[in-house]
Write a protein that binds this ligand. Structure first.
Ligand SMILES: NC(=O)c1ccc[n+]([C@@H]2O[C@H](COP(=O)([O-])OP(=O)(O)OC[C@H]3O[C@@H](n4cnc5c(N)ncnc54)[C@H](OP(=O)(O)O)[C@@H]3O)[C@@H](O)[C@H]2O)c1
Length: 312
């Protein structure tokens, strides 16, 4: 397992994170087997959120039950959850970063997860009405009460982080962003800037270089999805060239395309973690195998070009 330095304090953490968004239909036995497989492969980092599964909290509840049935398991894990997305009674989602709501969300997550603390707590998606002073108070209280050890954000732009950090005494150590071969805007835009109209549009405020500058670890979510979690790009007839490029490099190293899709992200020098959502033991192993491969410049840019991104 590749170990990467997380945040400003450079905490050593595994590069592969087990995502749990798709655990909603699994039994506690199946979840325990996945977590044991993760540990066997060298990763103990688990990502979840209050909003995974329906009704709200379903996946956290399944995880909590799994911990209850397997004493000692939770203590082996670095447990991360997210809050800030909530729901009307009719199921429509909205965002709420008020202090009261965040404190309530955290307590509900801890209760469902049957644990007294989270190792990492992230704000899930920007709230238009957020007051950074309030979030700062919530984070400081969570920390003082020993309920959260480390903090971060997700899908957040640089000025949102700056605004929060202006008031927050605890460091923002993580920004979880969608990033994959098929969803690579944050690294394509700086390459295309000033040259290629479409790809040169700055949609995220330069978040990739900002996070590198501030030692904020990027956690790449949905490493196998295109669009906004629209579907798998691997073996998808919509992306023949991209798949050919990935297959070329997979053949070179004698590994699966799954491994190469993760290796492509890990090769970026930002030292990202990759949040893999597979529940299949073989594919989890294929994701972890990416840690043993360091793509060359030529491998990386071959895939980049096959994915259709412009260079000149
Ligand atoms: N911060 C955010 O806003 C945000 C948003 C979305 C997700 N996330 C986090 O990111 C994690 C990963 O997201 P995701 O599940 O959408 O991402 P993913 O890892 O890109 O996709 C996993 C899905 O693809 C399927 N799959 C089929 N063939 C595959 C292959 N060859 N290799 C890998 N997967 C294959 C998996 O099925 P099998 O299980 O059958 O392998 C699974 O359903 C989530 O669990 C969550 O923790 C965060």
């Amino acid at each position: 397992m590749k170990i990467v330095p997380l945040g400003q304090n450079k905490i050593p953490v595994p590069a592969i994170i087990q995502g749990t968004m798709r655990f909603d239909k699994l039994s506690t036995k199946e979840v325990a087997a996945i977590l044991e497989k993760d540990l066997e492969l060298g990763t103990n980092f688990i990502d979840t959120a209050n909003c995974y599964g329906k009704p709200e909290g379903l996946v956290e509840s399944i995880l909590g039950k799994t911990f209850e049935e397997n004493p000692g398991l939770r203590d082996k894990l670095a447990l991360q959850s997210k809050g800030g997305i909530t729901f009307f009674d009719d199921g429509r989602p909205y965002h709420n970063y008020s202090k009261e709501h965040l404190m309530k969300t955290l307590d509900a997550s801890l209760s469902r997860l049957k644990t007294d603390h989270l190792d990492y707590f992230l704000l899930h998606r920007s709230d238009a009405l957020f007051r950074p002073e309030e979030v700062a108070e919530a984070f400081e209280l969570m920390k003082q009460q020993g309920k959260v050890l480390h903090f971060g954000v997700s899908n957040e732009v640089p000025y949102g982080i700056e605004l929060l950090q202006k008031y927050c005494t605890v460091p923002i150590e993580i920004n979880q962003m969608q990033f994959s071969i098929a969803h690579a805007d944050m690294c394509v835009q700086p390459i295309a800037t000033n040259n290629h109209d479409f790809y040169a549009v700055d949609r995220d405020g330069g978040v990739l270089n900002y996070c590198r500058l501030k030692d904020i670890t990027i956690q790449a979510w949905s490493p196998f999805q295109y669009g906004f979690i629209e579907g798998l790009f691997l073996d998808n007839p919509k992306f023949p060239e991209m798949n050919k490029g990935i297959q070329d490099i997979a053949d070179k190293y004698g590994v699966s395309k799954t491994t190469i899709a993760v290796a492509w992200i890990l090769r970026h020098p930002a030292n990202m973690q990759v949040v893999c959502g597979t529940t299949n033991h073989q594919r989890i192993a294929d994701c972890c195998k990416a840690c043993d491969i360091e793509l060359t410049y030529e491998d990386w840019y071959h895939i980049y070009l096959c994915a259709g991104y412009p260079i000149m």
